[in-house]
Design a protein around this ligand. Structure first.
Ligand SMILES: NC(=O)c1ccc[n+]([C@@H]2O[C@H](COP(=O)([O-])OP(=O)(O)OC[C@H]3O[C@@H](n4cnc5c(N)ncnc54)[C@H](OP(=O)(O)O)[C@@H]3O)[C@@H](O)[C@H]2O)c1
Length: 341
């Protein structure tokens, strides 16, 4: 009998997740009922938010229950269909999670045209991370020509798009990334004006030198020490889209830091700063604009993207642990299966 595989949450991690917090299970291939389709996962996206779903701390989304299939965005092939809206072989964007197969009613799926771009981009630069960069930067950051935009995790899925879109809007883009290779890629391949290593003990001084006119937009992906280095350099009326805080996702206690609440709020007042948190779904109404603009930029070669691929669903736990440590170099993906045709 054909088998499917899935990875479930075995236990809630304390601090950094361990491979034993996940469990690989084999189960019979599910059978689609009336009006349903069988999905076969080709690509599974690994994203930092998954660390949040492993925890039961209060958040904007429900945690994965213990024993539940890990949540995740996927690009799937329709393997069988009892739904007239889908044919065998169709490629769809789905939230099938960490499993090789899933049954769906078809609701919420988006068909992907493989002729337009590699299908993996539907969970990368043309998917959730790309839309996060596009909306957070343009709708909250609102960079103007000649302004300075700073973004950390700059070689990653979101940060790489943020800097490149900032440049397309005529701003200067300064990246912050982990290590020499990532920084070189950010400048030489992605065209940022500068990139600094966040592990450099002189980060604050080097950032000041790289931003001689101060910072007008800081796209916050990281928090922690990077935010501390950026904050004194923010210009009057600077905008700070708060997108992520990856430096704190595995911590069991928040770091002390210099920015006590009154110091922070006084600076927000006197410099008239705008700090706004957002979740990409807040901007769902902008999806058509995002797809139109970023698809065109990609086609014209004005935006580049890099993928970091591991093969086999069994590798997903280790790859997520690595992503949270900065071991990925580009959009983290699991190739779960090859396409049939
Ligand atoms: N608000 C939303 O709707 C939304 C949607 C998508 C993503 N996000 C957030 O956006 C951020 C980037 O996500 P992504 O998918 O593009 O991931 P990514 O950048 O592809 O991968 C994560 C990167 O974070 C960096 N990092 C990890 N720990 C760090 C630390 N202590 N200090 C500095 N950098 C650290 C590492 O890069 P380096 O090696 O360069 O340090 C790592 O490669 C995350 O915070 C994520 O939660 C938010």
């Amino acid at each position: 009998m054909a088998q499917a595989k899935r990875i479930v949450l075995a236990s809630r991690p304390v601090g950094e997740p361990k491979v034993s917090d996940f469990r690989l299970e084999e189960c019979p291939l599910p059978t689609p009922g009336e009006g349903e389709i069988l999905l076969r996962t080709i690509w599974l996206s690994l994203d930092p938010y998954m660390r949040g779903r492993m925890s039961d701390a209060a958040s904007y989304a429900q945690p994965v229950p213990i024993g539940g299939v890990m949540e995740g965005g996927t690009v799937c092939e329709v393997a069988a269909s009892n739904n007239p809206g889908f044919a065998k072989g169709d490629i769809v964007l789905a939230g099938a999670g960490w499993q090789t197969h899933a049954v769906s009613s078809g609701k919420g799926l988006r068909k992907i045209d493989p002729a337009l771009a590699p299908i993996s981009t539907a969970v990368g630069v043309l998917g959730m991370p790309g839309m996060t960069a596009y909306t957070g930067l343009l709708d909250i950051g609102q960079p103007k020509e000649g302004e300075t935009v700073v973004v950390a995790a700059a070689s990653g899925a979101v940060g790489s798009a943020v800097g490149q879109i900032a440049r397309l809007k005529g701003a200067r883009a300064v990246g912050i990334a982990g290590g020499k290779d990532k920084c070189e890629h950010v400048v030489k391949e992605l065209g940022f004006d500068a990139c600094l290593d966040h592990r450099d003990p002189d980060l604050a001084a080097k950032l000041r030198d790289a931003c001689p006119k101060g910072i007008d937009v800081y796209f916050e992906n990281v928090g922690g020490a990077v935010f501390e280095a950026v904050f004194p350099l923010l210009n009057f009326f600077a905008r700070v889209p708060i997108c992520g805080q990856i430096a704190t996702y595995n911590v069991t206690e928040m770091p002390a830091g210099e920015l006590r609440t009154s110091v922070l709020t006084r600076a927000i007042l006197t410099k008239r700063l705008t700090l706004r948190g957002f979740i990409v779904y807040d901007f769902a109404a902008r999806e058509a604009d995002f797809l139109r603009d970023v698809s065109a930029w990609l086609r014209e070669g004005r935006i580049k993207h890099r993928e970091d691929v591991v093969d086999g669903i069994e590798k997903a736990p280790r790859a997520l642990i690595g992503l949270l440590r900065g071991e990925n170099f580009g959009k983290m993906l699991v190739r779960v299966a090859q396409r049939e045709r």
